[in-house]
Design a protein around this ligand. Structure first.
Ligand code: ADE
Ligand code: ZN
Length: 333
């Protein structure tokens, strides 16, 4: 199974670039930027990666991002992730970035996106990997702040495909961002959002009905409401599920209790993703392996997950078809 997963062509659709920041690279960039990390070593830092909930993780994740200052830092961060994609036969990646995490600290939007974009261009040439960018609004900040970010993004619109909504879910419902999502869609961005990771099914309803999202990040708590499940199936919305993240943030207590297989049996379209691999202990292939083992998934299940990853990507249909035929060839062999 391990080899089957390793060589399976796949797309990663739920991934925060700041969450790919490996401790070794963090220390290297901190050193060259003359910034102190409040941990003595990579080992000490990794020991702090024990979380009881989403907020525990977010506190450390935002702290880690503070060493990123220059275009080169964002380039190195992104390129390191894309090298790992190439090793895992990730053929396409939809990369979320959190501009406000950086602009709040005085790093310009241009610095952030230029570094990320240039790494994508080089990786496309070197590894043949396809990428696109999702600009995520931080939901613990105000809608006004998100509007400011939307404004800042406009000169770089050609590099951005979609908008997302992440950070602390509880207490920050999708309704808080209704207007900025409307404005984002008017600018041509595709709407996506985290919903139902820690928030209840109501938040998923709001994301569907108020933000009109075309894909749901996580979506676990949709299962609380049967009529919501039916609606998600009817609207053909995929869920970007992140098994190791769910375990690390105690969304599930044991991977054997993970709802992924149940979601599939209910007709929901599921994909497997790493979310924040540097913090949760595994890249996308390790997520595939962990969930395969925990739920005893078959090769056919794995092929369906890989198929979904392209089918529910934001690529045009022709490009999707080309990747889908790679999956078909692989899965038929
Ligand atoms: N930002 C990075 N990872 C996240 C997650 N799992 N949920 C919400 N916001 C995030
Ligand atoms: Zn996420």
């Amino acid at each position: 199974m391990e080899n089957f997963i390793k060589n399976l062509p796949k797309a990663e659709l739920h991934l925060h670039i700041e969450g790919t920041f490996e401790p070794e690279l963090m220390f290297e960039i901190a050193k060259r930027n003359n910034i102190d990390i409040p941990y003595a070593s990579v080992y000490e830092l990794k020991k702090a990666y024990a979380f009881d909930c989403l907020q525990d993780f977010l506190d450390i994740y935002y702290q880690g991002a503070e060493v990123l200052l220059h275009e080169r830092d964002f380039f190195d961060l992104t390129f390191a992730y894309l090298e790992k994609c190439a090793e895992q036969n990730v053929r396409h990646a939809e990369i979320m970035f959190d501009p406000q995490t950086h602009t709040e600290r005085g790093v310009s939007f241009e610095t952030v996106i230029t570094g990320i974009h240039k790494a994508c261009v080089v990786a496309e040439k070197e590894f043949g990997i396809s990428t696109l960018l999702i600009m995520s609004y931080l939901r613990h900040l105000s809608e006004e702040d998100a509007f400011k970010t939307l404004e800042e993004s406009l000169p770089f619109k050609k590099w951005i495909t979609a908008v997302g909504l992440d950070s602390s879910e509880k207490g920050n419902p999708p309704s808080k961002f209704k207007r900025v999502f409307e404005a984002s869609v008017a600018e041509g961005y595709i709407p996506l959002a985290h919903a139902g990771e820690e928030g209840d099914a109501d938040y998923v309803w709001e994301a569907l009905d108020l933000l009109h999202i075309v894909r749901i990040d996580h979506g676990n708590n949709s299962l609380q409401d049967e009529s919501l499940v039916r609606e998600i199936v009817k609207r053909d919305l995929a869920l970007t599920v992140c098994p190791m993240s769910n375990l690390a943030l105690k969304v599930v207590q044991d991977l054997r209790e993970h709802p992924l297989k149940k979601m599939m049996s209910l007709g929901m379209k599921v994909t497997v993703n790493s979310d924040d691999p540097a913090y949760f202990g595994g890249q996308v292939n390790q997520n595939f392996m962990a969930i395969q083992r925990a739920l005893d998934l078959s090769k056919e299940d794995l092929c369906e997950l890989a198929r979904n990853s392209f089918q529910y990507s934001l690529l045009d249909q022709k490009t999707k078809n080309s990747f889908l035929s790679e999956v078909e060839n692989y899965c038929a062999a």
